[in-house]
Ligand binder design. Structure first.
Ligand SMILES: Cc1cc2nc3c(=O)[nH]c(=O)nc-3n(C[C@H](O)[C@H](O)[C@H](O)COP(=O)(O)OP(=O)(O)OC[C@H]3O[C@@H](n4cnc5c(N)ncnc54)[C@H](O)[C@@H]3O)c2cc1C
Ligand code: FES
Length: 257
């Protein structure tokens, strides 16, 4: 699939949580091709070279009819701060859709996300519908769990954990996961979030013999396989590029458990 670089028009760039925004771009060429799990590589500053490198952001939604792609991002540093200042009708240089997406399979999928890792799972949940999807999500506190209002209309069951117990069960996703897997109803697991969470999910998926895909995050420069800045170790001893071989991998390829 050819990589597309477009001058995308900002349709919206709005707050949806504390230091979290949703950016909607008009990019019909990208919207027509994107599949869940792929990402955009965005040049956040159009007028200057600071920062020079593009920033990778998962595609959280697509409306191919309207021609828009969305991403949900947390403001963490220079690049995302720059992004947060974009206004409606501004133009942003955007490359995409990049990477390999999730494999759509199974009839009873369980989606497990932590923090910003929930962003790509929204697009995935939309494509998996009308299957009966269940979502397990975790965050630090209720204030961070604006995700619940997004997912609740898309899934049959929503399971929530927060570190402080202000919403859902107190604890982390991995505390609740064994109970869910013991029901025996899931035939596919998709996960994205902190490494420690995905390692634990992969371990439990293996224990319960359920296929599992993980979406990895690594620092990226080129985003198209040329610079090797994003490689990760695999279980056969080789290294793979997260930008082009991933970011979605089968857990058994990249997680040792
Ligand atoms: C394939 C992929 C998809 C991503 N999808 C999203 C998304 O949907 N929403 C979102 O908010 N973020 C996502 N990220 C992370 C996002 O790219 C970084 O947060 C962003 O590049 C930070 O840029 P910055 O200039 O604001 O921060 P910087 O100044 O570069 O860094 C600020 C802080 O963020 C951390 N950070 C920077 N880059 C990464 C990274 N790649 N992975 C983990 N931590 C990082 C740094 O360690 C530092 O603590 C994704 C990353 C990848 C590789
Ligand atoms: S970011 Fe350059 S090879 Fe992956």
């Amino acid at each position: 699939m050819p990589k597309i670089v477009v001058e995308a028009q900002v349709v919206d760039n709005v707050d949806i949580g504390t230091q979290v925004k949703e950016l909607v771009l008009y990019a019909p060429e990208i919207a027509a091709q994107a599949v869940p799990g792929q990402f955009l590589h965005v040049r956040v500053a159009s007028a200057t070279y600071h920062p020079l490198l593009r920033r990778p952001l998962s595609i959280s939604n697509v409306d191919a009819d309207v021609g828009t792609v969305s991403t949900i991002y947390r403001i963490v540093g220079q690049g995302t701060t720059c992004l947060s200042t974009l206004n409606k009708n501004n133009i942003v240089d955007c490359m995409g859709p990049l990477g390999n997406g999730f494999t759509i399979q199974g009839q009873r999928p369980l989606l497990i996300g932590g923090g910003m890792g929930l962003a790509p799972l929204i697009f995935l949940a939309g494509v998996l519908c009308p299957r009966p999807i269940e979502v397990l999500m975790g965050g630090r506190t209720e204030k961070e769990m604006f995700w619940a209002s997004i997912f609740k209309h898309m899934c049959q069951n929503l399971h929530i954990t927060t570190d402080d117990g202000t919403l859902g069960s107190r604890g982390v996703t991995l505390d609740l996961l064994p109970e869910l897997l013991q029901t025996g109803k899931f035939d596919m697991i998709y996960t994205c979030g902190p490494h420690v969470m995905m390692d634990g999910v992969a371990r439990l998926a293996k224990e319960y013999n359920i296929p599992c895909q993980v979406s990895l995050e690594e620092y990226m420069a080129c985003g198209v396989g040329g610079c090797l800045s994003c490689t990760c170790a695999t279980n056969d001893g080789s290294r793979k590029k997260v930008c082009t071989d991933g970011p979605v991998f089968w857990a058994k390829e990249v997680v040792s458990c």
